[in-house]
Design a protein around this ligand. Structure first.
Ligand code: ATR
Length: 278
């Protein structure tokens, strides 16, 4: 196949849905090119990114566990990547490696699409303090949520994020959840709890206000226990797949010159892919 080739870099990478997303867009817009999964073991990451300009790829996505290594290798960062200290989108300009981060954009675009009007200023509760939480917290602060309560099993990790993002962000342990939920405009799960093969996320949603929005970043399964509980309470429930679809769009535009659309057809393709590889 001729044309530009982009990649997704991670370890492991075999189950990444990104090739399915980008190949659908290449086909939809009639663009010659390809998008491939590139497995890179952690000890080889620094050398891989240092040599990216000679790799033959026009750019790529970066996923776990390489987002910090990609940040370190990029010579220029967009505002989101600089704020998060992590890069999920790479591109070349004049032979230089540029790094961006579209995770926060994907998170916001998913909610804007599926819960219009969700962001009137209020209190947000974020469960988890890992890499995904960083992008979510930064985005919520940017949209004016105050305070953003970060709940984590290891409270020190939540405290480190509170320090990074300023006084709007407050760290808490799980015992603070019922009290925080009573005031919450939005609840976001960024932990791995509720994911297939992981322990369930057992949370009593009774205290949440009736107008609250519940968003789970977990999308395997698509309908998590948390989302099912939110729907039983007749709250607005938004799954995590939309974030994955939306975060992919800016990279595609940079590498292939066409802003792609997140459509129901694309979503159906990825849902079918998820079901096939369950
Ligand atoms: P990611 O970068 O995808 O966010 P991560 O950095 O591994 O992944 O973070 C996983 C999150 O899920 C963390 O907040 C983790 O809590 P700790 O920081 O205390 O480890 C949370 N998590 C995972 N398993 C958990 C469990 N059994 N109970 C509570 N929290 C859990």
């Amino acid at each position: 196949m001729s044309g530009p080739v982009a990649c997704v870099v991670g370890w492991p990478i075999a189950h990444s849905r990104s090739p399915a997303i980008h190949r659908h867009w290449l086909k939809t817009y009639g663009i010659a090119g390809d998008y491939v999964a590139k497995p890179v073991p952690p000890p080889e990451a620094a050398a891989f990114f240092a040599g990216f300009a000679q790799s033959g790829f026009v750019g790529g996505n970066v996923t776990v566990p390489h987002k910090e290594a990609a940040f370190a290798a990029a010579t220029d960062h967009d505002e989101a990547a600089a704020a998060l200290g992590a890069v999920n989108t790479l591109w070349l300009e004049d032979g230089e490696l540029h790094g961006g981060n579209t995770d926060g954009y994907g998170f916001l675009a998913n909610l804007d699409e599926n819960a219009p009007g969700w962001d009137w200023p209020g209190l947000a509760v974020v469960l988890g303090a890992g890499g995904a939480a960083r992008a979510v917290i930064w985005s919520l602060v940017g949209r004016g949520f105050d305070p953003v309560i970060v709940v984590n099993r290891t409270v020190e990790r939540a405290e480190a994020l509170a320090e990074r993002f300023g006084p709007t962000v407050r760290a808490a342990g799980w015992d603070a959840v019922p009290g925080a939920l009573a005031e919450a405009q939005i609840l976001v799960n960024t932990t791995s709890l509720g994911m297939t093969g992981q322990p369930p996320l057992d949370l009593d949603l009774t205290p949440l206000p009736d107008e609250a929005v519940v968003n789970d970043l977990v999308y395997v399964p698509l309908e998590t226990g948390l989302l099912a509980a939110a729907r039983r309470r007749e709250l607005t429930a938004v799954d995590g797949l939309g974030m994955l679809l939306h975060q992919a769009a800016p990279g595609f535009e940079r590498w292939f010159g066409q802003r792609p659309e997140v459509t129901p057809e694309l979503r159906a393709i990825v849902v079918a892919d998820l079901e096939q590889h369950r």
